[in-house]
Write a protein that binds this ligand. Sequence first.
Ligand code: GLN
Length: 269
Amino acid sequence: MKKIVKTVTAVLTAALLLTGCGGGSAPKETANEDAAQDYALVKEHTIIVGTNAEFPPFEFMDDNGEFDGFDIAVMKEVGNRMGMNVEVSNMEFKSLIGAMEANQLDVIAAAMTVTEDRKKSVDFTDSYYTARQYIVVQKDNSEIQSFADLDGKKIAVQEGTTGDFTASGEGSVNVVKDADVKRFKKGADAIMDLKNGSVDAVVIDMNPAMEFVNANDDLKIVEDETETEEYAFAVRKGNTQLIEAINNCLAEMKEDGTFDSLIEQYINE
Ligand code: GLN
């Protein structure tokens, strides 16, 4: 009896792999391996997704205290298609890569920009969104009209982000010089500091910038030409089957319109 149950489970697993956006290889001939092993997951049949749920519209907590946002919705859909559970783990943005290196996360879904430095620690899926940095200032500020105008200014940022690198003079285009950079764990706290006049500006990714400005009448956006950035999901180094499965799922979702409808729902609403 036990043997029969096992065989049935194995067949189911194989079917999941077949329909589960590929996974980079055909199911094993013996079909007796767990999907968890095929995708090198931390926990069987569960994709543990690390995020920082303070970056709307990509990730945030909804009114019922549930994780929501574009990245969360995409990863839930990827999990569905792969036949895996998705568990979300919330932490500071700058702790995500370390947690992945410590084997606590399978995927980082956090509007994370692909950078050469991060590529040393994690592998990235195909890009799913193109963004850039925006400057947020108080509405009555007429002095700051470009990144060049931020030289020597007080700038609040979210620690360890591309906004931080830009404000700290580590960006490659429109590098800000000699700014006094105040680093916060949350973008919302950087925005509070701007509202109470402690800093001259916030540098942050364009979509959260627009969300914060929409929610705060006293603030406005300053746009300037900047290099674009690509968001991608990160996986542990060498977890190629998981990358391929996610990439295949993303391609499938683009093909059948699911991806665009999530863009409409969360980003272009
Ligand atoms: N895209 C930015 C980065 O990767 C910010 C991401 C975030 O704060 N969640 O650094």
